[in-house]
Design a protein around this ligand. Sequence first.
Ligand code: SF4
Length: 386
Amino acid sequence: MDDRAALHIFVLTLQCNQGCTYCQASSRDKHAESCTMSKEVLKRSVEFMFQSPAHVLTMEFQGGEPSLHPELVRYGIEVAENLRKQQSRDIRYVLCTNCVDVNDDLLSLCKEFNVLISTSLDGPEWLHNRNRGKADSYQKVVAGIKKAREVLGNNAVSALQTTSVMALDHPIGIVDEYVRMGFHDMFLRALNPYGLAANNDDWSQYTDRFVEFYKKAFEHILELNRQGISFVEDFATIILRKILTPFDSGFVDLQSPAGIVNSVLVYNYDGNVYTSDEGRMLAEHGDYTFCLGNVFDQYEDIVYGPKVQQLAQVWSAETLAGCFDCAWRPYCGADPVRNHSTQGDVYGFRPSSLLCRKNKTIITYLVSLIIERYDEVMPIFKNWLQ
Ligand code: SF4
């Protein structure tokens, strides 16, 4: 069955009410109204999504800050619901929001359509506020998470952590903040060299420091689990599922063929369609390499068009020098967008790829844990994979 493109990201607006130091979404001031999707483009984008053959669709609202335009969230869902009923398809909705402005109306919309909330929390109050560039951001986010949990239930609210340069020295405090906030899992996430984040420090040094940060945080998470606190690290779980089971979690960034186009399509506020959110972010800085066309074009011309055919030659790790004979290939993935943005060519060169270095080091670390500390870690990992 052709099950491609299950995840569809709708960038409703670039407007945002925060000013994060590491912003990867190329957000703009909240008054930048020209960077907001029209209803006409939104309707056409939803219709475009429904041409994807995937039986279960995920419609994800992103920005900028999509909660600044609740009318568009509602309209997008209403159009999708009509098509879903006509075509007997399954769909799940995700609202990616910083939770700063979640109000009763927005939450009742989420309740009505089972919309999951994906927010971001960077760690303790001082760190979160400094990353966000606002003195009261943490307070507002925590209040927003609490409110969303009350209306939607705990399981409907998840949070993503992003490891800024400032965060690298605080692995324990960041994990503890997630535990304190009542989360049962976290994704220890490195910065990506896209958007405004590309202006950050030396990426080679950042990568090595991130891996050290990851290991310290991970050891702390293992210790919490040994103490009886069930707490999951999501990136490791994605890799462990590949290593220890016959299944794959479908995580877009660790797939071969790559997740771009195969698992995800992105609709920008102006109707342009991109291979992935990272491809869209490059375009915000003038690089349209991964723009596939516009929602007013034919679906086939976009997802089977010449650009995708070219990318298909470099999106399988099995055919890439460096990857094809790498021991970790079954657990890793191909990423032509990252290769292009960091190395200037979609094929990439593994010996100097920082993404390869990070993946290789973390996979090696997880495998060494299984080999050297089997009795200690396997009960925890099995629990995570249930
Ligand atoms: S670890 Fe590096 S060489 Fe190995 S599959 Fe991943 S990207 Fe390719």
